[in-house]
Design a protein around this ligand. Structure first.
Ligand SMILES: *Cc1c(COP(=O)(O)O)cnc(C)c1O
Length: 359
């Protein structure tokens, strides 16, 4: 039976990415060697890394004054690297969920953190609204897509200070207006590659600004100057990332992918809103994520949760259980998710409702 992979991360990758990477692991570009056993400084691998960085710039229309680097340590290392490199006195943070609050915890080690908005009291079921960013903040930090709660900010903010964003779970899902950004980062394992590499896009004028000494490996400048080869980079995830990017280009670019994502999300939210058994957990519809769709059983049907879980898994749905802090279900429908799989989930929800509501 076909499996439909709705895991939140690591998550679905295109068959193209997986096959190309598998081939390169067996024989990398006809060298007779595995991708895993050649020097990261070989001309073949340097070309892979350079091409991947160039394609990111091309696909996202990254302006000239930004640099693209690949780092290790996951998105979580960025929670500490960002304040280490940029927080001189005070930074503004938006508390929109689990990942944002982890970043806030790290930033407090480096300076004053002003939480300008929080939706914690509502269990992060919407984005914080109507907040003010102080003009003397070193930067404004936010998480663009809250993977666990299914909320997403669909526009790029322009608060008047440099903006830093955790885009781990929605990068490449929509075009980005870079005009206010100082830095964007994303762990690879949602829309790019297997885990192990983190993408950082940083404005050059942000580098070298704080007065504290920064360990060499934690300084963004090191990685910019060494073109992601300061130490051995994660070669297999970078190769896989290049394959994903080539596929994005072939599909027509990020604008086309954005349209596809809107269609997929609309299909699933429409079912959640009309099926009597289910309801969405995000309380402001404009905050609904295109990537992570959270829903629970409606009032009166709560007792059917485990039964639906089993019913859906028997229909081939994998990874739809919600995060423990929200409960219910979460369908992650990243770029690589075909609309046919979303339709399969919708059909499953519909047939389950028919089964349960017919007398
Ligand atoms: C998955 C995720 C992370 C964590 O990434 P790691 O690579 O495991 O550190 C951080 N932020 C967001 C928004 C995520 O979705």
């Amino acid at each position: 039976m076909k499996k439909h992979n709705f895991y939140a991360g690591p998550s679905i990758l295109s068959e193209y990415t997986i096959r190309q990477t598998a081939d390169a692991i067996l024989n990398f570009e006809g060298t007779g060697l595995s991708l895993m056993e050649i020097s990261h400084r070989s001309k073949q691998f340097v070309a892979v890394c350079d091409q991947a960085r160039a394609l990111i710039k091309e696909l996202l229309h990254v302006p000239e004054d930004f640099e693209v680097v690949f780092l290790g340590g996951g998105a979580s290392l960025q929670f500490a690297m960002v304040p280490f490199n940029f927080l001189e006195t005070k930074a503004a943070y938006l508390d929109s969920g689990y990942w944002a609050s982890k970043a806030i915890k790290e930033a407090k080690l480096f300076g004053e953190v002003q939480i300008v908005g929080s939706s914690k009291d509502d269990n992060y079921s919407h984005l914080p609204k109507n907040y003010q960013v102080p003009s003397d903040a070193d930067y404004f930090y936010f998480c663009s897509n809250n993977t666990i709660y299914g909320t997403e900010l669909h526009e790029d903010p322009h608060p008047g200070v440099p903006v830093i964003a955790d885009m781990s779970s929605d990068i490449f899902s929509r075009p980005i207006d870079f005009s206010s950004y100082g830095l964007i980062f994303a762990g690879a394992q949602k829309n790019l590659a297997p885990s192990g590499v983190t993408l950082v896009i940083v404005r050059k004028s942000m580098l070298d600004k704080v007065s504290r000494p920064i360990p060499t490996i934690l300084n963004y400048k090191t990685h910019v100057e060494n073109e992601s080869m300061f130490n051995t980079p994660p070669v297999v995830p970078i190769y896989a990332a290049l394959q994903t990017l080539l596929r994005y280009k072939e599909l027509g670019g990020i604008e086309v992918i954005h349209d596809m994502n809107k269609q997929k999300a609309a299909l699933l939210y429409e079912e959640i809103d009309t099926n009597p058994l289910f309801k969405g957990t995000v309380t402001c519809k404009e905050d609904r994520s295109l990537m992570n769709v959270c829903f629970v059983m409606s009032e009166g049907y709560e007792h059917l949760e485990d039964e639906f879980d089993k019913y859906a898994s028997e229909a081939g749905m994998v990874g739809i259980k919600g995060h423990r802090s929200v409960g219910g279900f979460r369908a992650s429908i990243y770029n690589a998710m075909p609309i046919a799989s979303v339709q399969a989930l919708v059909d499953t929800m519909r047939s389950f409702a028919q089964l349960k509501t017919q007398k």
